[in-house]
Design a protein around this ligand. Structure first.
Ligand SMILES: [Zn+2]
Length: 371
């Protein structure tokens, strides 16, 4: 995370309730026995899950059917396995502790066929059950669009993982409940950690680039490439914003922006590296300013060297918290100005001036004129 989530980030009550239901189910499947209404909790949420089942000739299994299938599979395993699965979920509900311990092999003892049924149920709770009218009502009535609005009220609309993009485009003239919503990222991916598929601390919205392009199913606790355990920022308390910097590398042809992710503390360094690996921060930020002369020319738009120097000096004041929350890229752009202030701008200006002479005004005028 670039910025940790705010302390008062609202939990999505539907996830809290579904997570409790899953835990209840795993506890009550431990003794030998068949699947019945007591396999789910005696609450309106338990009833809503129970009532969602396949109708005769209906397509696909629904929530009750998924619970039932997993129940049957678990009953074919030993009681020790059932107990262990329950303990794995119950013993790791505190995510602050889990991020200290980094138990990436939490479910290694689960046989593959059982894992598939566990995943099937947990995916279903996340993708389907969370939106059921009775489930939302049982959890207090706020659906995921409502939670997304509440989340943005507290955390702003800029992606907390990268700071580069909005979590979702904002449209004027559209009510909150109809705004486009960002996907919720499973911090610990649901394929490897299905028992956290609806854990309220494991899910929050991030931008599409972070979620779908960069992160996918990368493991926060274990490097998929080196196969080594690794540290990871706990998103509710830790972020990288105080630890990152930009610098400008000057070679003979073109100045280049480099992201520096350094810390002498090996734990912090590992957390920075994990964040960079999972969200591709370095590549995305360096890509934003590549080539630098285009960025300077298009965004800063200096008239001459003196103007460039004046604009850089003016932009050195750090952005406000409000600006960081509402305008994408502001954090990184400020870092860029700080980096520009540390170098002699003559060379940057000469490159800008050269490329403007080469490819400058005529084409721009033609486009603006609609030619
Ligand atoms: Zn992002």
């Amino acid at each position: 995370m670039l910025f940790p989530l705010e302390q008062n980030t609202p939990e999505f009550a539907v996830f809290t309730a579904l997570n409790a239901e899953l835990l209840y189910f795993l506890e009550h499947v431990i003794p030998a026995g068949g699947f019945n209404r007591q396999s789910l909790s005696d609450t309106s949420l338990g009833l809503a899950c129970w009532n969602n089942k396949k109708v005769p000739n209906g397509k696909g299994l629904l929530t009750q059917d998924k619970f039932k299938a997993l129940h049957a599979a678990l009953q074919r395993e030993s009681e020790a396995i059932r107990q262990r699965l329950f303990e794995a979920m119950r013993g790791n509900q505190n995510f602050a502790d889990l991020f200290q311990q980094r138990s990436y092999d939490l479910l290694e003892f689960v046989p593959l066929a059982l894992m598939k049924l566990l995943q099937a149920l947990c995916y279903h709770l996340y993708t389907h059950t969370k939106a059921l009218v009775d489930v939302v009502a049982a959890a207090g009535g706020i659906d995921i669009n409502g939670h997304f609005t509440d989340f943005k009220t507290v955390n702003g609309q800029v992606c907390r993982a990268c700071g580069l993009y909005l979590v979702a485009p904002f449209r004027a003239n559209i009510p909150d409940e109809e705004q486009w919503r960002a996907d919720y990222d499973h911090l610990l991916c649901k394929s490897k950690y299905p028992i956290f598929a609806v854990h309220p601390k494991n899910l929050f919205p991030i931008c599409q680039t972070c979620n779908q392009d960069a992160k996918k199913s990368k493991d926060m606790f274990f490097c998929d490439t080196t196969k080594q355990p690794r540290q990871s920022f706990y998103p509710y308390a830790e972020g990288a914003s105080q630890l990152v910097d930009l610098e400008i590398e000057l070679d003979d042809i073109s100045p280049k922006v480099r992201v520096r992710l350094e810390s002498e503390d090996p734990v912090l360094k590992s957390k920075l590296d994990t964040w960079n690996d999972v969200f591709e921060i370095k590549n995305l930020v360096e890509g934003r300013y590549l080539p630098l002369e285009h960025y300077v020319s298009d965004r800063i738009r200096p008239r001459n060297l003196l103007d460039l120097q004046a604009q850089v000096a003016r932009e050195l004041n750090p952005p406000s918290v409000a600006a960081l929350k509402r305008t994408e890229g502001v954090f990184w752009d400020h870092k860029l100005y700080v980096a520009l202030s540390r170098i002699n701008l003559d060379f940057v200006w000469s490159v800008v001036e050269f490329q403007e002479q080469e490819h400058g005004a005529p084409g721009g005028e033609a486009i603006l004129a609609g030619a």
